[in-house]
Design a protein. Structure first.
Length: 435
């Protein structure tokens, strides 16, 4: 079904066309009619599925023209980057309307945000802390609210914001439409949904546990002390346009970035210890192609949408299986094909096993050809093991535990041509046998 038949106002169909969207994505096809009907909605869909337009379009449709006064739509987001991105989507899709949207988030001064609120906005997209500040100083009221959108609720739970989210929900008028988006809906999230929604329609887009088909993904088993050299080897042998490298910790991300810079790569870093200006500069620079590599932690990179990310490299195996799906969803977005590589050490076998169970498939294990593996071959990752075999050299939580280490292993030869057949075993890597 084309966008023209979804019952959207012609100014919004023009907005969609200006964005270059041809057909609605599955979440748009299913959620837009529900939202237009006025029902509450619980959608389990992750970023990359087109979920922002799935709520932005019908909400813009409902709003009609700009009305001075207090906001009629509130969108809560877990991170500043997501809030900024969602505001951009509202502006882009609503470019042929006169509806006004503004974004409120921390890390920047209050003045400009306060003055936008004073001028009257229809839609506020906010992170919880800054929104609560404005509510407290009465720069903003929620009594005119018609639609409340809770986006990435699972991430808000992970980040410890759920109590604040509930406080904000309690301040909204009882008569409203509530839209609830979460990649997964475990029981704790279900409880928040019961608190915030009434008689919701459920829409499940079956990618919450699955790996997007447009992503080729593979494990590169390696000993801990050779991880950075293997990363350099992969970068040297990969025909990439832009790469996001994920680190579990903020200090880890800084360290990887420093070492990549010494190896003459142009690198941006995105994590929560960076100032807001640094975060904006990193993301903008990466989007504009000034940096070929962005090193990021999960929380900072959650949901960010960068067109043309050709590769994702998990320098560390993600802690939560869900994060594997989110991380590799940064590539292969909107039908493009992308590659996702994970460096895994033998100590990670339990984590890899959990991920494979979660996504319901085995991840192919590959070896980088001509890399100087210690012992002449890559180590085995035995994912049939129920338990992790050894005390982990790297702790699981927080930067403060991460242990500095030396990378003394031989460097991979870097003389071969930097081309590969997009993630398939081939010229520079081959599938490990019997694993
Ligand atoms: P989201 O899941 O909202 O983060 O969207 C992921 C990406 O898909 C964004 O770059 C959107 O601009 C893009 N997108 C959203 N809807 C469509 C569509 N119908 N066709 C093509 N791309 C889309």
């Amino acid at each position: 079904m084309p966008f023209t038949q979804l019952g959207l106002h012609s100014s919004l169909v023009r907005g969609v066309q200006a964005m270059g969207y041809v057909d609605p994505t599955p979440i748009q096809l299913r959620a837009i009619p529900v939202i237009l009907s006025g029902s509450d909605l619980i959608a389990s869909a992750q970023t990359g599925t087109g979920k922002t337009a799935a709520f932005a379009l019908p909400v813009l449709n409902r709003l009609g023209p700009h009305r001075p006064g207090q906001p009629r739509v509130l969108v809560l987001e877990p991170t500043r980057e997501l809030a900024a991105q969602v505001e951009t989507s509202f502006r882009d899709l609503g470019r042929f309307t006169d509806v006004r949207a503004t974004v409120l988030h921390g890390g920047v001064g209050y003045g400009r945000q306060r003055s936008e609120l004073r001028h009257g906005v229809d839609i506020v997209i906010a992170t919880v802390g800054r929104l609560l500040d404005f509510l407290q100083e009465k720069a903003l009221r929620l009594d005119q609210l018609e639609v409340l959108i809770l986006d990435e609720v699972d991430r808000m739970l992970d980040m410890g914001f759920i109590h604040d989210v509930k406080r904000i929900v309690a301040m909204c008028p009882k008569k409203r439409q509530t839209l609830f988006f979460s990649a997964t809906v475990p029981p704790e999230i279900e409880a928040v949904a019961r608190f915030a929604l009434s008689n919701p329609v459920r829409v499940e887009i079956g990618v919450a546990r699955s790996v997007n088909e447009s992503v080729n993904h593979a494990l590169f088993p390696v000993l801990h002390e050779q991880k950075f050299d293997l990363l350099l080897g992969l970068l040297a042998k990969t025909d990439f346009q832009s790469v996001i490298i994920f680190s579990r910790t903020k200090h880890g991300a800084d360290r990887i970035a420093r070492r990549l810079k010494s190896a003459n790569h142009s690198v941006a870093v995105l994590h929560a210890n960076r100032s807001q200006n640094q975060r904006v500069e990193a993301l903008e620079g990466f989007k504009a192609g000034r940096y070929e590599i962005m090193v990021a932690t999960d929380i900072a990179a959650r949901g960010i949408d960068v067109a043309g990310v050709s590769h994702v490299i998990n320098y560390d195996v993600p802690e939560n299986p869900e994060d594997y799906v989110h991380r590799i969803g940064r590539t292969g977005r909107a039908m493009a094909v992308g590659d996702a590589f994970t460096l895994a050490t033998p100590e990670n076998s339990g984590d890899v096993r959990d991920i494979e169970r979660f996504i319901g498939q085995k991840i192919p294990q590959l070896t980088l050809e001509s890399f100087g593996y210690v012992g002449g071959k890559s180590p085995a990752i035995d994912t049939s093991r129920p338990n992790r075999p050894a005390p982990r050299p790297q702790q699981r939580h927080g930067d403060r535990h991460s242990t500095p280490r030396r990378d003394s292993a031989p460097r991979a030869p870097r003389s071969e041509p930097a081309h590969h057949p997009r993630g398939k075993p081939g010229a520079h890597w081959r599938r490990n046998s019997g694993r």
